[in-house]
Design a protein around this ligand. Structure first.
Ligand code: HEM
Ligand SMILES: [Cu+2]
Length: 581
């Protein structure tokens, strides 16, 4: 029976079972993003002190649901779709055990719903991190556990698919780089989920009264093995998408496959250790351990992201130059398809992740200067640069690509789609920059009332802090508008976009109705051939010095920005602690 179709636009082979799973996982993720986005409005409009929309208890409830729906449910559902894509589509292989994959998906779905129900019932406003001794309702933890088990099942189906691809020899040589990135993400996912089980299962038992004590320090250490490594999954996944999009849009090839793969491996080896940056002020943990992890191990993982951040635009530059866009340093970039949201989303993701997420991440991860901003609103500002403009925007860019390729629909509102990455990314950048500023002035994160009304010990922030939070919040509202535009375009296109193939419908994929045979007419895809060797193997041999001078200049700019900002923070530290003269 034919179970593959060949996408006429992209040349991708889609396997019928895998395709359905990609669709349901992606759609479930988008629904979680919708919920998170609506809640984000409550969060920013409350933090904006002049508006101060929600009462305190509701603010913490909404913030808990915002964090979990966005960072856990949206991102991980979408990553499951990416895993199925990176295995079955990129390797032209059938899906191992579709039944198990569906079981995993439903476990995740039940878990996500259960957790949301717990939060909205009102006794589980414990924030995404659910630090003990705060206690949530038992089904809060149970929901997360089911979600994690479901994700683990789908990850194992991914590994199973890799084995089948290898046994059935669906590809030549080694797996493509994008699949390699997905494998790295999946390996980290196993570690992450194991850590999650180690800490959340006892916490669940504690919530139903079977265990009477969970050590708060231990909880934080193990929770961050989950919380931090899962960010590494996100990075590995969105970097894979950068490579994928660069390859599809420009025919770009990584400047060195070996170096890129090596950089991926650094993630596995080192970034788990950097979990330490979250517990830098926990008194129960030794200073040596903190310094080793944050001041040594962290840089090796940062190095990995810098390699990817350099090689992706570098490979685009090389590809563009080969097409004749050789003028000056930046003609290749100026003449890139800025009106195509697949490109603009991906490129904004890359730049904001590097400049905003990367630089602030190193500052936060440095034991000494971390103390200036620890637990301030600087922290969410930093990670909105990594998981929102970085990961989420990359996923959005990929979605624009998948609407025609996977869902076989024409995009509605293409004019709006052109602008969407700029509205979303631009609004978010305003939010990030201004909240970074507010955090440097000491404004707390997860804090309902900047005025400390009625507090026994009053405290007054400088007036500037209020202004910064207000402007940041306006940026946040703009980003929510941009996020709404994304949802409108994608969901609208799936429901109402012109069908590109008469039988390839969105709703059909849920009822299990077989798509017409005319679509699935490939029994066994052609074997994936090894990519031909790059023409020019001698880097810089042409005498020009650099293959990618524009990218080199961008990298220097990043370095200079970093050094200046890093220096400012150290200088500032000396005035916060009156050590300077
Ligand atoms: C478009 C809209 C968004 C806006 C305006 C927004 C705004 C905010 C703000 C202001 C906070 C900090 C509140 C505080 O600490 O007092 C926050 C927290 C958070 N946001 Fe967002 N956000 C958005 C989207 C996202 C997305 C897409 C993700 C994840 C992929 C995300 C993940 C989180 C997480 C994990 C927290 C921390 C919750 C906690 O402290 O437990 N946000 N958001
Ligand atoms: Cu971290």
């Amino acid at each position: 029976m034919s179970s593959f179709r060949l996408c006429p636009d992209s040349g991708f082979y889609f396997n019928r079972d895998a395709e359905r799973l990609m669709k349901v996982n992606a759609v479930a993720g988008v629904v979680a993003l919708l919920i998170a986005g609506i809640l984000a409005l409550g969060v920013v409009l409350t933090r904006w002190q002049e508006v101060h929309l929600l009462p305190a208890d509701m603010f913490y409830q909404v913030l808990t649901a915002h964090g979990i729906n966005a960072l856990i449910f949206w991102v991980i559902f979408f990553e499951m779709a990416i895993l199925h894509f990176a295995s079955t589509t990129l390797l032209r292989c059938r899906l191992a055990t579709p039944g198990w994959a569906w079981a995993g998906f439903f476990l995740m779905l039940i878990g996500a719903i259960m957790n949301n129900v717990a939060v909205f019932q009102g006794n589980s406003s414990v924030m995404m991190t659910s630090y003990v001794p705060m206690q949530a309702a038992p089904h809060f933890y149970l929901g997360l556990i089911l979600f994690a088990v479901g994700a683990l099942v789908q990850v194992f189906v991914f590994f199973g698919t890799l084995v089948i691809a290898q046994q059935e020899k669906t590809y030549e040589g080694s797996v493509p780089l994008v699949t390699f990135g997905a494998i790295v993400a999946a390996i980290i996912a196993v570690f992450t989920i194991a850590s999650g089980a180690i800490i959340l299962v006892p916490t669940f038992l504690w919530s139903i009264g079977y265990i009477n004590h969970i050590d708060a320090e231990m909880y934080r250490v193990i929770w961050w093995a989950l919380g931090h490594s899962s960010q590494q999954i996100n990075v590995a996944a969105h970097v894979a998408i950068w490579y994928l999009i660069a390859g599809i849009l420009f025919g770009a090839r990584p400047m060195s496959e070996k170096v890129s793969r090596f950089a991926y491996l650094l993630y596995i080896v080192f970034l788990q250790l950097a979990s330490a940056h979250h517990i830098l002020v926990d008194p129960g943990i030794s200073t040596e351990w903190k310094i080793f992890n944050t001041s040594y191990a962290m840089y090796l993982a940062v190095l990995a992201s810098m390699i990817h951040g350099l090689t992706v635009p570098g490979s685009i530059e090389v590809a563009q130059r080969q097409k004749g866009l050789t003028g000056g340093l930046f003609e290749w970039l100026r003449k890139a398809p800025w009106g195509n949201p697949v490109f603009s989303g991906m490129f904004i993701s890359l730049v904001t992740f590097g400049f905003l997420g990367g630089i602030t991440g190193v500052v936060m991860g440095t034991e000494q200067i971390n103390l200036i901003i620890h637990n301030t609103i600087y922290v969410p500002a930093h990670f909105h640069a990594t998981v929102v403009t970085g990961t989420t925007l990359a996923f959005m860019a990929l979605t624009y690509l998948l609407i025609p390729v996977l869902f076989r629909r024409q995009m509605i509102f293409p004019g709006l789609a052109r602008w969407q990455p700029y509205i979303f990314g631009g609004g978010m950048v305003v939010l990030i920059l201004f909240l970074l500023g507010a955090g440097t002035l000491g404004v707390s994160r997860r804090h309902w009332d900047m005025d400390f009304t009625g507090a026994m010990l009053g405290f007054e922030y400088p007036g500037m802090a209020y202004t910064l939070v207000a402007i940041g919040s306006i940026g946040g509202v703009l980003a929510i508008v941009g996020g709404g535009a994304f949802l409108l375009i994608t969901v609208g296109s799936l429901l109402f976009g012109k069908k590109l193939e008469p039988s390839a419908g969105f709703l059909e994929c849920f009822t299990g109705k077989a798509l017409a045979a005319s679509v699935y007419n490939v029994e066994k895809p052609e074997k994936l051939a090894m990519a031909p060797k790059l023409k020019d193997q001698h880097h810089g041999a042409a005498g020009s010095g650099f293959e990618a001078p524009g990218t080199f200049v961008l990298a220097l700019l990043l370095l200079v920005t970093f050094v200046v900002y890093y220096f400012i923070n150290w200088k500032y530290l000396s005035s916060v602690w009156p050590m300077g003269s």
